[in-house]
Design a protein around this ligand. Structure first.
Ligand code: BES
Ligand code: ZN
Length: 857
């Protein structure tokens, strides 16, 4: 069945583009642009009309010509709802090659998509405008009329007409510049490779670049607004490393002639992989390495490596349609990890990836999940595809496959895939084919269940004689009896302690159950050994007890998964909350920060579920769990310790001072901050962000005023970000009201307001106020924020944990037409349901458990 959606959004392929020659003349003051495009098209069937995409453009003229003959003039009309232009000609256009010439005008919008404007103030307070593009997924049509579908690849020849003193950047290097005599110049760029429209980019403004770093023949530069060039060093380092790393891994040269990384002050996503002109939000590119925390540096390394990985995976070879976006994003995420891990093995990036895998499992355990590959038609639904399933589940199953095939076989398959499909498009089946050809084994059998079906399995393990019995069923937070037909082919790895030695086994569990004999009855066993599997494990009670007593003998990622799986079992009612909280008591000497992240993350979730009068009990529990390690680490970095230990110190102090409400830590944080105000070098870069967050949680009006001021005067994007989000971490309603006001009064960039609202909805001290504020001002927000914002801000909804709020949330969305795209809203509703159901189920037990801790104080 061809859905009506398909008819509404896909272009006919009777006429397809081969080459665009595009000239754009942006007027930064007026926030408009004029353009002319000449498109070589291939007419495949006789037509009298041509359909192509255009949105928020006025097409002033359209003409088509062949072989230098007289042009045929047509009329253009726009269908804004379908985002299409219809060009009608007085005579039939016969099959063959034609040149279509269009003149048009448009606006530089403030919605951070299409061809848009971004503004910043210089040191003297003067405002400046930058024109930049964000075309993915479906917004190239706002920059110029085009066939805006990923499979309609073409060559782009771009000319930008700009004021003499402004920089102009596009996908390729400058071919020539022509002074126009009126204070402007025309900058013409070299032809691009054959590529999709969503990868075209232009940036115009007062920007400065670092000196280029040469990576083989390719110059690599970082661009920023004036005065921030010195913050590009770190990105250049990881950029150069990853460019070289990927050329070797992929076995193909970088597919363009230069690589610019540009920090744009207003940017909706984190970064965008435009070929040769990658754009970023400032926090994802610019940093003062000496003053940044490990987490902040890791973020930049990740994003830079991710976007550069796309230059091949995405840009050179592109998914045929948006249902296959996982091919782009999961791969770039997987490759980002490989590169960052190779760059800084001491960062142990694959262990940290456990956090991402766990968040994907959080989403994929919902009934309202979707398969990784999923049908999409409408633009808003394309946007909704950029989620944890595409990125994190996708990267997880690729990692699982890589481990299953072996890293080299996998890499050879990737090379084969890129070589076969370069300058063209591909489908998931093409990837399986290439991987299978390289590895000489069929892939679809193992992989299809993970890609084309929603959800993932729960493997239950028990003792059976001297061996193990494994069974699988789908994991769902909101159960109901599992459907026995839902099964996966699971590459299972386990390690068992048997007779004072270890045995490790690999098997493919492809039925409902399996029995695995062992030489003797094991002392303990850890399933999903190595932690690469995208499944959860439920141990029989006796096995769980044994494993909990052997934590020091298993790997950090295995401890991570144990806690994460048990927490999920607790959320779904398969383990009691008390048992879970008891289990956390085994982790007081934990040394891995990711394990701590899952532990404190689960306690923060519990904090949103419990009644206010139980909070002191939870705070006491948090202090008990964290105290030992926090005292061991202290406040000062120690000689010879690793970067990860420094970050762990910051993480633990932050949790103690906020979720643990630890007065001693709060008092010390105030002292440290006072010292910082006198001499900034006195505070370790990993401790400072924690101190700021703690000061917010325990501070008042004067701290608030100080942070707000520092937010405005920040010298680095990280400093700006820390102080901004701290404003959501205060606890006094008067102060929180001011922060809420900042989400609509223009004080905060619209790229950040949705995240600020999300934080305010998630904090137990502000969620009630924030929800009332959102209900009152959602229309204003809808008017001010970029379209991608709604999904982000409403992500805070599952934190509104009470039956009353839950009803209110449903009523609100029933009443107002707010489209989040895909299944996003259903997912938020279900996450809220999981929390409220847990609250109803566990209220009494939690009150008793935490009550004892309050008394014990
Ligand atoms: N292609 C995306 C950017 C994007 C996302 C465009 C959604 C349009 C809609 C880019 O490659 C990306 O994945 N960016 C991430 C950062 C990355 C390190 C995960 C982002 O923007 O968060
Ligand atoms: Zn990406």
């Amino acid at each position: 069945m061809v859905s009506s959606g398909a008819m509404d959004y896909r272009l006919p392929t009777t006429v397809v583009p081969q080459r665009y020659d595009l000239r754009l003349d942006p007027n930064l003051e007026a926030a408009t642009f004029a353009g002319a495009v000449s498109i070589i098209v291939d007419v495949r069937e006789p037509v009298i009309e041509i359909l192509l995409n255009a949105a928020e453009l006025v097409i002033e003229s359209a003409a088509i010509s062949q072989d230098g003959r007289e042009p045929i003039h047509g009329s253009a009309s726009l269908d804004e709802a379908a985002e299409r232009a219809r060009l009608v000609f007085p005579v039939t256009i016969t099959p063959g090659q034609w040149r279509l010439a269009l003149r048009f005008t448009g606006i530089l919008n403030d919605k951070l998509h299409g061809f848009y404007r971004s503004t910043y103030k210089d040191a003297s307070g003067t405002a400046h405008t930058i024109a930049a593009t964000q075309f993915e997924a479906t917004d190239a049509r706002r920059g110029f009329p085009c066939w805006d579908e990923p499979a309609l690849k073409a060559v782009f020849g771009v000319t930008l007409v700009v004021p003499q003193h402004l920089a102009a950047v596009s996908n390729t290097s400058v071919l020539r510049e022509e002074t126009l005599g009126d204070g402007r110049r025309a900058v013409t760029f070299a032809d691009t490779i054959k590529m999709s429209t969503y990868l075209v980019a232009f940036v115009v403004g007062e920007l400065e670049a670092t000196e280029p770093v040469m990576v083989g023949p390719t110059p690599l530069r970082v661009w920023s607004v004036p005065g921030k060039k010195h913050l590009g060093r770190f990105a250049l380092d990881i950029g150069a490393f990853s460019l070289d790393f990927f050329e070797r891994y992929y076995g193909l040269p970088y597919p363009s002639d230069k690589l610019d990384l540009l920090a744009i002050p207003d940017f909706a996503a984190g970064a965008m992989e435009n070929l040769g002109a990658v754009t970023f939000r400032e926090t994802a590119l610019l940093v003062n390495e000496a003053a940044a925390s490990h987490a902040e540096l890791e973020r930049i390394a990740d994003v830079v490596a991710h976007e550069i990985a796309h230059m091949w995976f995405g840009d050179l070879v592109t998914m045929a349609w948006w249902n296959g976006i996982w091919l782009n994003e999961a791969f770039a995420t997987f490759m980002e990890l490989l590169a960052v891990d190779a760059w800084k093995p001491e960062w142990k990036r694959w262990i940290t990836f456990g956090v991402s895998r766990a968040s994907a499992m959080g989403l994929d355990g919902l009934k309202a999940t979707r398969p990784i590959e999923f049908e999409v038609m409408a633009p808003r639904d394309c946007e909704a595809m950029f989620d944890l399933l595409t990125y994190e589940k996708g990267a997880s199953v690729l990692r699982m496959l890589e481990q299953h095939l072996g890293p080299e076989g996998f890499r050879d398959g990737v090379r084969l895939y890129l070589e076969r499909h370069r300058y063209a498009n591909a489908e998931t089946t093409d990837l399986w084919k290439a991987l299978g050809d390289a590895a000489r084994q069929p892939i679809p059998g193992v992989m299809d269940g993970w890609i084309f079906r929603p959800g993932y399995p729960l493997v239950t393990v028990g003792i059976d004689g001297a061996g193990l019995k494994l069974t699988q069923q789908r994991f769902l937070y909101l159960g109901g009896p599992p459907d026995p037909a839902e099964q996966w082919r699971i590459p299972v790895v386990f390690r068992a302690s048997v007779k004072r030695g270890y045995v490790e086994r690999r098997l493919l569990l492809d039925g409902a159950e399996a029995t695995v004999p062992l030489p003797a009855k094991p002392d303990w066993v850890v399933l999903n050994a190595g932690g690469h599997g995208f499944y959860r494990v439920r141990y029989a009670p006796a096995l769980l007890k044994k494993l909990a007593g052997a934590l020091a003998k298993i790997a950090p990622i295995e401890r991570f998964n144990l806690l994460s799986d048990c927490f999920a079992l607790g959320q779904s009612g398969m383990m009691t909350a008390s048992d879970f909280l008891d289990l956390t008591g085994r982790f007081t000497t934990e040394t891995d920060r990711n394990v701590w992240a899952v532990l404190t993350g689960s306690l923060a979730w519990v904090n949103r579920v419990i009644a206010d009068d139980q909070r002191p009990g939870l705070e006491a529990l948090v202090r008990h769990r964290l105290d030992e390690m926090a005292s061991l680490l202290g406040w000062e970095p120690q000689e010879g310790e690793s970067e990860l230990d420094r970050q762990l110190r910051g993480d633990l102090l932050r949790m103690l001072g906020t979720l643990g409400n630890d007065e001693t830590v709060q008092a010390r944080a105030r002292e440290v901050y006072a010292g910082y105000q006198v001499d900034e070098t006195t505070v370790d870069a990993n401790v400072l962000p924690a101190v700021i967050a703690i000061m917010a949680a325990s501070g008042g009006e004067s701290e608030y005023a100080d942070f707000r001021d520092r937010y405005k005067r920040a010298r680095t994007p990280q400093e700006e970000q820390r102080h901004l989000y701290a404003l959501a971490g205060f606890r006094q309603p008067e102060l929180l009201r001011q922060t809420l006001e900042m989400t609509i009064n223009g004080e905060v960039r619209s790229q950040d307001t949705p995240f600020l609202i999300r934080s305010l909805l998630q904090s137990v001290y502000s969620r009630g106020l924030a929800w009332e504020f959102v209900k009152q001002h959602w229309q204003t927000m809808q008017r001010l924020y970029p379209g991608s914002a709604y999904r982000r801000m409403y992500e805070g909804i599952p934190a509104l944990v009470s039956p009353e709020w839950e009803r209110d949330v449903h009523a609100f969305f029933a009443e107002h037409k707010i489209t989040l795209g895909g299944k996003t809203l259903e997912q938020y509703f279900e996450q809220l349901r999981v929390a409220v159901a847990f609250q109803e189920r566990e209220a009494e037990a939690l009150a008793a458990y935490l009550g004892r801790l309050i008394k014990a104080r």
